[in-house]
Write a protein that binds this ligand. Structure first.
Ligand SMILES: [Zn+2]
Ligand SMILES: [Zn+2]
Length: 216
């Protein structure tokens, strides 16, 4: 399974950075997770990585924040895309999706594609879904902002097997023990305690940026 980071706060040389997150999962199908803040960054970076919106079969939106839904129009150029958004998203966002594509409202854990699963709606003050990817190297967890708490997300995802990697925004996560046993920790986007995570897990920590390709 291959992950391509399309949008992140940091970017590899030649790619555009912006406050936001988007990652393409290439498995049996191409499943996009989040869209960044603008159509500009995702369009530019995707083109550089050889990704056309028409090639994306499914889109999963982690939560209804501008830095994850802002590039939606770029994806919706493909009228055949199936969009998995939480049932608690705003009517405005839902309507925008329905006008151009197929909307699937998510509440409970659900299979998105072969080996790709949503954790379902996890809540704190903000509702969010994350992805559990079943790869040859164990379960890879893909997060948006981790508003419900990364430890909660990891626990839910571990229903698919031992979590071996986590990629995405960790937000204010500070229950660092929850990362023990995870080989690959790519804390990025909105992660507040990146420095501390790097210090505690120097061999597991990976820098992440738009343009990066990860193989699992
Ligand atoms: Zn957020
Ligand atoms: Zn965010």
């Amino acid at each position: 399974m291959k992950l391509k980071i399309l949008v992140d706060n940091q970017a590899l040389p030649g790619f555009k950075a912006e406050w936001g997150f988007s990652c393409l999962v290439e498995a049996t199908e191409k499943v996009l997770f989040d869209t960044g803040t603008s159509c500009d960054a995702i369009a530019f970076n995707a083109k550089k990585l050889g990704v056309e919106p028409e090639s994306i079969e499914k889109l999963v939106l982690s939560h209804d924040h501008f830095d994850h839904t802002g590039g939606l129009d770029w994806v919706l150029q493909n009228p055949n895309v199936k969009v998995f958004a939480l049932d608690s998203f705003s009517n405005e966002t839902k309507q925008k999706i329905r006008e151009k594509a197929v909307l699937v409202e998510v509440n409970k854990p659900v299979k998105i594609s072969k080996g790709i699963f949503s954790t379902g709606k996890l809540s704190n003050s903000i509702d969010e879904q994350s992805l559990a990817l079943e790869t040859g190297k164990g379960v890879v967890v893909l997060t948006g902002c981790s508003h419900p708490g990364l430890e909660k997300i990891l626990e839910k995802a571990s229903e698919h097997g031992a979590v071996k990697a986590v990629v995405g925004g960790f937000h204010g996560f500070n229950k660092f023990d929850a990362l023990k046993g995870i080989d690959f920790v790519a804390a990025t986007h909105c992660t507040e305690h990146k420095g501390q995570i790097k210090k505690l897990f120097p061999n597991q920590f990976r820098e992440c940026a738009a343009g990066a390709e990860l193989n699992f």
